[in-house]
Ligand binder design. Sequence first.
Ligand code: PHE
Length: 345
Amino acid sequence: MSVEIFDTVKGIIAEIEASQPANEEALEQFRLRYVGTKNVIKPLFGEIKNVPNELKKEFGQLLNTAKETAEAKYAALKEQLEGSSEDAGAQGLDLSAPGEPLSLGSRHPVAIVMNRIIRIFERIGFVVADEREIEDDWHNFTAMNTPEDHPARDMQDTFYLQDSLTMLLRTHTSSVQARVMTSQQPPIRIIAPGRVYRNETVSARSHCQFHQVEGLYVDENVSFADMKQTLLYFAREMFGPQVSIRLRPSYFPFTEPSAEMDVYLGTATEKDYRLTKGTGWLEIMGCGMVDPQVLDNCGIDSKKYSGFAFGMGIERQALRLYDIGDIRLFFENDVRFLRQFAAAY
Ligand code: PHE
């Protein structure tokens, strides 16, 4: 007798484990049979008294296992059924419907132009130097020959980090020159692309954030002619073999002599005359021979080495290349604008 009743309970446990109600109705049947107040396990507790003393404990444990198995299984089944009806049926989802196509994104026009510039310089041996946008005063200004009180700081006012008079958002990628020259000796041939900041009123032509690519070449016997030829090569790769360049004398604290470089693109293809003011000359960069003081500031022997540097804005070139009328479009991230560059690489 006692063996039979053990088998009965084991049979119930096996039944519970095997049952797989497919819908709520079947689940309710499961509940009534194994968990509800009139479940099939309950009356078996009354049989304990008929079980021989030495087996009572074991039988009691088996009944408890049956009860717990039923409750746990019911809870799991309930969650499973509710979950799946929430996921699909309840929301009226048709799981056999075809998926929605994911549209491919596109590169930002600023990134496209920046990558183009990088590739042109990489072909003649420049390597990319990637540096921080939050800079200290020394790398951004002092090392670049613009000490505190220097009037040139006014032309490049920027955003300072709260509670700090020395940490700021870099105003130009020239800070990378200082980073590189303090950590390695010539020959140095780098380009440094990245975002820069200025405390300026945002308008169609200027923004408080924009992008530059910096270039630096330091070695023995580097001359102004080397710079001019390098930049002419760049201009022709970038805008076409027919373009000419001109260097206008200019001033930067960290180069001597300094120049502004313009590229002649003509007016035939120009839609927005504000960029060249109708002259066909697009100003694209500042450049010059690295001031010996800057080399010395950074621990490079200015008696032995010389170099040239240049820094160009990306947005202005992108405006001209794609005939874009307003610089703010670059930072608004309106997909209707951005999508137009999907075909460019
Ligand atoms: N840093 C300068 C600017 O932001 C550009 C520049 C770089 C000029 C290197 C000369 C040499 O205007």
